[in-house]
Design a binder for this molecule. Structure first.
Ligand code: ATP
Ligand code: ZN
Length: 210
C-alpha cells in the first residue's frame, strides 16, 4: 500500500483531494481523521502540515506527498519532485515600502530583509552578488518594514493585495511555484509500479483539463 501525505488544511488541501478523486480513487474523508484508506486503490492518505511533508517523504515515513515547490525547495528536497500538478500557483517576491527608492536588486546590499524562505532568498541573492541580512520569521512577514524590523521583505504573492494593504511594492520575482507530487527515494518495485499507475492517471486528468 502506498502512503500519500497531503496538507491537512490550507491552500493545497482542496485541490489535492480533488485530484486524487479525479484519478478515480474513492475514500471517505473526515475532518477528525488524520489518516484514511482508499477503497478501490492501495492508497492511504495522511493529513499533515505542509512544512512537514518533504521531511516525511525524504525519510520514507510517507512514500508520496503533495506540496508546493516553494516549501519543497526551501527544505532542500527539490530532487524528490516527480510530477508538476499545475495548481496552487504562486510566486515568491521581494517587496519594499511604496515610497522607498529601488532601481535594482543591488539596492538591497547591506539591507535587512524579512522572509520565511531564507534558503531560496539566500541562493537568489548570492546569484546576484548581493549581501544582505536575512531575518527569518514564520508569518506576517509583510508587517516587518512598518515595525522597523527590515527594509524589505520576501514572501509569497498571489494577487498582491496583501502587499498593497501593507504599503509595499513588489520589485522582483525570485521564484515561481506550483504544487508537485514528490516521492521517497528507493521505493520498492511494487510501490514504484503503483506510483507509475498514479502518475499515469494524474497526467490523464491534467490533459482532460486543457
Ligand atoms: P500549514 O498549516 O499546512 O503549515 P500554511 O499556512 O503554511 O499551512 P498555506 O497558506 O495553506 O500554508 O499555503 C500552502 C501552499 O500553497 C504554499 O506553500 C504555496 O505553495 C501555496 N500558496 C500560498 N499562497 C497561495 C496563494 N495565494 N495562491 C495559491 N497558492 C498559494
Ligand atoms: Zn506551512
Amino acid at each position: 500500500m502506498l502512503r500519500l501525505a497531503i496538507q491537512k488544511s490550507g491552500r493545497l488541501s482542496e485541490d489535492s483531494l480533488q485530484l486524487i478523486r479525479e484519478c478515480g480513487i474513492s475514500f471517505v474523508s473526515s475532518s477528525y481523521k488524520l489518516k484514511v484508506e482508499a477503497s478501490n486503490f492501495p492508497l492511504e492518505i495522511l493529513y499533515l502540515r505542509d512544512d512537514d511533508i518533504p521531511g516525511y517523504v525524504q525519510d520514507g515515513v510517507a512514500d508520496l506527498g503533495i506540496v508546493g515547490q516553494n516549501v519543497l525547495v526551501e527544505a532542500g528536497g527539490a530532487g524528490l519532485e516527480v510530477e508538476a500538478l499545475g495548481f496552487s500557483k504562486c510566486r515568491l517576491s521581494l517587496a519594499v515600502p511604496r515610497g522607498a527608492e529601488y532601481n535594482s536588486v543591488a539596492d538591497l546590499e547591506g539591507k535587512n530583509i524579512a522572509t520565511s524562505y531564507p534558503k531560496l532568498l539566500g541562493d537568489y541573492l548570492a546569484g546576484q552578488g548581493v549581501r544582505a541580512n536575512l531575518h527569518t520569521i514564520s508569518g506576517s512577514v509583510e508587517i516587518a518594514p512598518s515595525i522597523g524590523l527590515a527594509e524589505a521583505i520576501c514572501d509569497i504573492v498571489s494577487s498582491g493585495s496583501t502587499l498593497l494593504g501593507n504599503g509595499l511594492r513588489e520589485v522582483e520575482t525570485i521564484f515561481r511555484s506550483e504544487a508537485v507530487l514528490i516521492a521517497a527515494p528507493n521505493l520498492s518495485p511494487e510501490k514504484q509500479e503503483l506510483l507509475d499507475q498514479l502518475r499515469f492517471r494524474m497526467q490523464a486528468v491534467r490533459r482532460a483539463q486543457r
